[in-house]
Design a binder for this molecule. Structure first.
Ligand SMILES: Nc1nc2c(ncn2[C@@H]2O[C@H](COP(=O)(O)OP(=O)(O)O)[C@@H](O)[C@H]2O)c(=O)[nH]1
Ligand SMILES: [Mg+2]
Length: 206
């Protein structure tokens, strides 16, 4: 079917990101911004591609800092989108060196934020498409359910998958998908999944 015709059946248009700017970083729950903007928060294991996704989605290459040495800082980063909502980059979890000896799989900052922050309208959970069966990601989905959060899943680095890995990822997602609002295959490299994800986000930002 031609795209124009498909377009007629779309319920939500893409979320158009007209502008995106860094707002602030905080390292403790008593520093959170008081702005009453709806928040879409992004969570996932360290190195899953969260910063890269934020840059890709907003079309701003240097917006979020990307790095190949994960897990150093535990910060919450706020980005203002279209002056109407926040994209929130939460600390990564599951990075062995940082988490070793910790009682919880993720830090207090991350858990408490997801549990208590009133402004969250959606949690976007990023899962590395090459490792779709990590226990820590399962725990996160259980925690999101426990907190009553709406969440959707993004499978990152999809360009790295071979055909058989794609089948494996699809199968693994069946275990996750009961409560997930969406599952989007994403590649920041090729842009695959970007429009689809923006379409999903539009439903939460009005
Ligand atoms: N091939 C490929 N590499 C990616 C993709 N997304 C992220 N990466 C790489 O994965 C690494 C970690 O990315 P980063 O965004 O810093 O992860 P974060 O720790 O979750 O913020 C970097 O080397 C990125 O270039 C993707 O879609 N495709
Ligand atoms: Mg990052």
């Amino acid at each position: 079917m031609p795209v124009a015709v498909l377009g007629l059946f779309r319920y939500y248009p893409d979320m158009k990101i007209r502008n995106a700017r860094f707002y602030k970083s905080v390292s403790a729950l008593d520093q959170l911004p008081e702005e009453q903007l709806p928040e879409i928060v992004f969570v996932g294991r360290s190195n899953v591609g969260k910063s890269t996704l934020l840059n890709s989605l907003t079309g701003r290459k240097g917006l979020a800092k990307t790095s190949s040495t994960p897990g150093k800082t535990q910060l919450i980063n706020y980005f203002v989108i279209n002056d109407t909502c926040f994209f929130v980059d939460l600390p990564g979890y599951g990075y062995a060196r940082v988490d070793k000896g910790r009682k919880h799989e993720w830090g207090k900052l991350l858990g408490e934020y997801i549990r208590t922050r009133d402004h969250i309208v959606l949690v976007v959970l990023l899962i590395d498409s090459r490792h779709p069966e990590m226990e820590s990601d399962h725990h996160m989905t259980e925690f999101l359910d426990y907190c009553g959060r709406s969440y959707g899943i993004v499978l990152t680095k999809y360009d790295k998958l071979k055909q058989k890995d794609k089948a494996r990822a699809r199968l693994a997602m069946k275990r996750y998908s009961f409560n997930s609002k969406f599952i989007v295959n994403y590649s920041a490299l090729s842009g695959q999944g970007k429009e689809e994800l923006l379409e999903q986000l539009a439903a939460y930002t009005g």
